[in-house]
Ligand binder design. Structure first.
Ligand code: ZN
Length: 289
């Protein structure tokens, strides 16, 4: 049976279940053990947040979620590095495609946001960003920032693959990516005259030149990068996506490097008035080893 993304018809946000079997029975999260339901090619359709990983952080409207793997099956302690495979890769695919992820919270999770017993369906979230980090136990983990779907933006199930020929009958929408704009990013973009610091493109729209401010060290938990000019690049949308998803990184000599091949693509275009902090470039590089 095809994996179902988005809300389950007839299951309201807040639906409560006594145990994982009941959650699976309702098709909200089918695996009985795994915290991530997903396929490496299709993406992840649901997760369970239930305190199983010490590096999880729950803020209610967003969650810093730890990927799976690397735990001792008996003690549940982290004993090895996690890899970007299986459910972890599925969550990364969900980030790239803007797929909705059903979130289930369990009684072992953060008491501020979790049910006191059993499990609760808490609606749809999106994977805003992800990267590798060193967890509390000292091993490499993959971490995902999931943000709650804003109210009034209903998501229904995407059409089956391959898409039906001709007119697609199922309307659906996903949130691909949210671009943060602040006074700081605006200042950086204007300084560079909206010209991409990686490829030199100055994209012209009907409303004028368009560029995006890209933070080297991502802002917000878990990364806590500052919103200051030393942490912001002016990029075209293509290079912003390549940068945020770890396709390109910046080396210590301010060269742009293609991560997959190690090839230097060129020098980052810099301006004297815009002083970048190399620690933030290194932080970004470490997210995508
Ligand atoms: Zn560019």
């Amino acid at each position: 049976m095809a994996r179902h993304f988005g809300a389950i018809p007839g299951v309201p946000v807040g639906a409560a279940y006594a145990d994982r079997e009941a959650v699976a029975e309702a098709n909200v999260h089918k695996p009985l053990q795994a915290g991530i339901s997903g396929g490496e090619k299709e993406g992840a359709d649901s997760i369970v947040v239930s305190g199983g990983y010490e590096d999880d952080e729950d803020y209610g409207s967003y969650i810093v979620y730890t990927g799976h793997g690397g735990q001792d099956p008996v003690t549940k302690r982290q004993i090895a590095d996690q890899t970007l495979t299986a459910g972890n890769l599925a969550l990364a695919v969900s980030a790239d495609r803007g797929l909705p992820v059903r979130v289930v919270r369990g009684w072992r999770g953060d008491p501020a946001h979790s049910p006191t017993s059993g499990y609760r369906y808490d609606g749809l979230f999106y994977v805003e960003s992800y990267g590798q980090a060193t967890g509390r136990a000292g091993f490499k983990i993959w971490r995902y920032r999931l943000v709650q779907q804003p109210a009034g933006n209903p998501v229904t199930n995407p059409p089956p693959q391959p898409p039906p020929g001709g007119a697609a009958s199922t309307a659906y929408s996903t949130v691909q990516r949210l671009v943060r704009n602040t006074a700081v990013t605006q200042w950086v973009k204007e300084l560079h005259d909206f010209t991409c610091q990686v490829c030199g493109l100055r994209l012209m729209t009907a409303a004028g030149p368009y560029a995006e401010g890209a933070h080297l060290r991502p802002v917000g938990s878990p990364h806590h990068g500052p919103d200051d000019v030393g942490n912001v690049l002016c990029l075209c949308p293509n290079d912003h996506v390549r940068f945020d998803r770890g396709a390109i990184v910046i080396d210590d000599g301010w060269n742009v490097v293609e991560r997959a091949t190690g090839q230097v693509l060129g020098r980052l275009h810099r301006r004297p008035a815009h002083v970048l902090d190399d620690r933030h470039a290194r932080y970004h590089r470490d997210l995508f080893p």
